[in-house]
Design a protein around this ligand. Structure first.
Ligand code: MTE
Length: 320
């Protein structure tokens, strides 16, 4: 992995960092300076019932230049069309009795080890959860920084043991029709996303089970959701019930809805605008008042050094 950050930020791998530690850290940094910060940051244990908690901080994925967005913003400003098409409704509707524990996920398709497994058992099989801080950039031109807890997708793929014919992986969200809080038809359900197998195997690809060291809230995609930080947020399929290994490039939900605007790759690219708005900059949620401040968007959302090789020789304008 090529994402080493300064040693001064390495924390004991005993627990996740809750939001209070991030907030304190900013105050401490201001008053004490950078070097003293690590000592002052010993994280506190986080209580939770779901498997894998407390999680371990992974210091390799903690960029001191990033300020995590507040827990309140991350868990309130939501895209989850199954529970409403505005930003505020999913937090209310996804908590009207929809149960995300217990939860079964099916791993199927062109693999040697197909299985159906409880989400908590899967986390345990993956060796528990770790915390990584990633940028999140939505195709709608807003962004956050999220401390995700979870496990590398590559671990799950190794467990599945793909056959040579498997070239892509799909991720299906549960079918919401009839679920408590379901907001009615908005997209073709179930919400489907996909990655090329080498993208899915990339070290940054992650299955999130928590945020800020707490089990992931329903509205953020409990109990398992995809995280691919160099891609637009619509690739991050939520509340996954099936992971399928296939030979052909799948058609993801947003591509099926409007192929001219949403592609399969969806790599963050400030040089290729959405047909209806610029992608050169983004609104930072939670910074500088209710509408956020604007900042420049980075190629591959700041992960160019890690992922550019995946797309060598490809026309990124055509493969948007
Ligand atoms: N997954 C499902 N099942 N349904 C959705 O509507 N929205 C996507 C993605 N995953 C979506 C989804 C979009 S557009 C984004 S930007 C992210 O989830 C938002 O994740 P967040 O609400 O946790 O920030």
């Amino acid at each position: 992995m090529h994402l080493r950050f300064p040693k001064a930020w390495e924390l004991p791998e005993s627990a996740a960092t809750p939001e209070s530690a991030y907030r304190n850290r900013r105050a401490i940094l201001k008053t004490l300076g950078f070097g003293a910060a690590a000592l002052a940051l010993a994280p506190r244990g986080v209580r939770a019932t779901t498997a894998g908690f407390p999680t371990r901080v992974n210091p390799d994925y903690r960029d001191p230049a990033l300020t995590p967005t507040s827990y309140e913003h991350i868990t309130s400003y939501i895209n989850f069309y199954e529970f409403g098409t505005d930003k505020a409704s999913p937090k209310i509707n996804a908590n009207k009795g929809w149960k995300t524990e217990p939860w079964t996920v099916e791993i199927a398709g062109l693999i040697n080890n197909p299985l159906k497994i409880d989400a908590n058992d899967l986390v345990a099989k993956m060796g528990g959860a770790e915390q990584r801080v990633y940028r999140l950039r939505c195709v709608e031109a807003w962004s956050m920084v999220v401390p995700w807890d979870g496990f590398p997708l590559a671990k799950l793929i190794k467990l599945a043991d793909p056959k040579p014919e498997a070239k892509f992986v799909t991720f299906s969200t549960f079918n919401p029709v009839g679920a408590p809080g379901y907001a009615g038809p908005a997209l073709d359900w179930p919400y489907l996303e996909g990655l090329r197998l080498d993208e899915a195997m990339h070290d940054l690809s992650f299955i999130a089970t928590g945020i800020y060291g707490k089990p992931i809230p329903n509205q953020n995609g409990a109990p398992l959701r995809l995280v691919v930080p160099w891609k637009y947020g619509f690739k991050y399929g939520k509340s996954i019930v099936k992971i399928d290994f296939v030979a052909k490039q799948p058609v993801n939900t947003w591509q099926a809805m409007q192929a001219r605007e949403y592609g399969f790759y969806a790599n963050v690219n400030p040089n290729v605008d959405h047909p209806r708005w610029t992608q050169a900059s983004e609104r930072v949620i939670g910074a500088g008042g209710p509408f956020g401040t604007r900042q420049k968007t980075l190629m591959f959302n700041g992960y160019e050094a890690q992922v550019a090789a995946l797309y060598k020789g490809m026309d990124l304008r055509k493969n948007y």
